[in-house]
Design a protein around this ligand. Structure first.
Ligand code: PAF
Length: 286
């Protein structure tokens, strides 16, 4: 097998496995960054962290149909494989795994991984079936690649919690590592969806992160989470958001309501600015 200094692209699970085995035979460690492509600086931060974490890095680029709901437009999801490959090559990523839908879900595919509890509230309630699609495809990707460590952005905090639970429950021999959210100077979390915001909305968007920080500080100071979240929703609407799906304080690992038993908490939110749905979250620092 050849090993070049530039990025290689494979589309078949068998080729991915062969490449990882080749590395393993040389005693090299492997990190994986699962993505749906349309890579921005937030993704590249994950890849850079992966390059620090292991000798070889695989980035998967797969727009996973099973995590889109019937009202979510899968066909509109941005696809820019050549640009993604160039960006990955530029930072020293070793392999891009870009399978087809048929490779991932061959005829007769019949298995769904459903993670109870942690995947049910918040995003799970707003997007029924979404986390089943995420858990199933991530379990497949981890099984196909067999990395030592897999890295996910903390921006999708609930997704990270679902994946951690799934990996633990299925005894997957992989470390699941969260990487802190990359933010613009005004606090807006980087997301491919920010590209849909008008210039005015882009300014208004920063209100979401501001509101979450206020809630986190208030909870830390002993104020009522319900009242803080209620006020935060009003602030976000006043800033120009059209709708708040949720702003809630939750147990950071289980997503259950925070009961004040000393477990780490997280403030999580989803809100619509025009037609663009933004999500974000912040830690409640101890
Ligand atoms: O976060 C994403 O981009 C996706 O949900 C993931 C983890 C790559 C699964 O398709």
């Amino acid at each position: 097998m050849t090993q070049t200094d530039t990025l290689d692209i494979v589309r078949k699970v068998a080729d991915l496995r062969a490449r990882v085995k080749y590395w393993r035979d040389q005693g090299l460690s492997v990190a994986m960054v699962p993505t749906m492509g349309a890579l921005h600086d937030g993704h590249l931060t994950l890849v850079r962290a992966a390059l620090e974490a292991a000798d070889r890095v695989v980035v998967s680029v797969f727009v996973n149909p099973t995590q889109f709901g019937p009202t979510e437009d899968l066909s509109r999801y941005p696809r820019q494989e050549a640009t993604d490959a160039e960006a990955l090559d530029g930072i020293g990523c070793h392999l891009m795994f870009a399978p087809t839908v048929e490779e991932m879900y061959p005829d007769g595919f019949a298995t769904t991984i459903s993670v109870k509890g942690v995947s049910e509230p918040l995003e799970g309630a707003c997007r029924p079936g979404h986390f089943d699609g995420v858990a199933t495809v991530v379990a497949k990707l981890l099984s196909q690649c067999g990395p030592d460590v897999a890295l996910f952005g903390e921006k999708d905090w609930q997704q990270l919690a679902v994946i951690r639970r799934m990996a633990r429950d299925l005894d997957l021999p992989v470390e699941i590592r969260g990487v802190p959210t990359v933010r613009e100077a005004d606090g807006l979390a980087l997301s491919s969806r920010n590209a849909y915001l008008s210039a005015e909305q882009r300014v208004q968007a920063a209100a979401l992160h501001r509101a979450l920080v206020t809630v986190a500080e208030g909870v830390k100071a002993g104020q009522s989470p319900e009242e803080l979240c209620h006020r935060a929703a009003a602030e976000v609407l006043a800033a120009g958001f059209a709708h708040v799906d949720y702003i809630e304080v939750r147990d950071a690992a289980t997503m259950a309501p925070l009961t004040g038993n000393g477990r780490p908490g997280r403030v999580l939110a989803a809100a619509k600015l025009g037609t663009t749905r933004l999500i974000d979250n912040v830690a409640i620092e101890e």
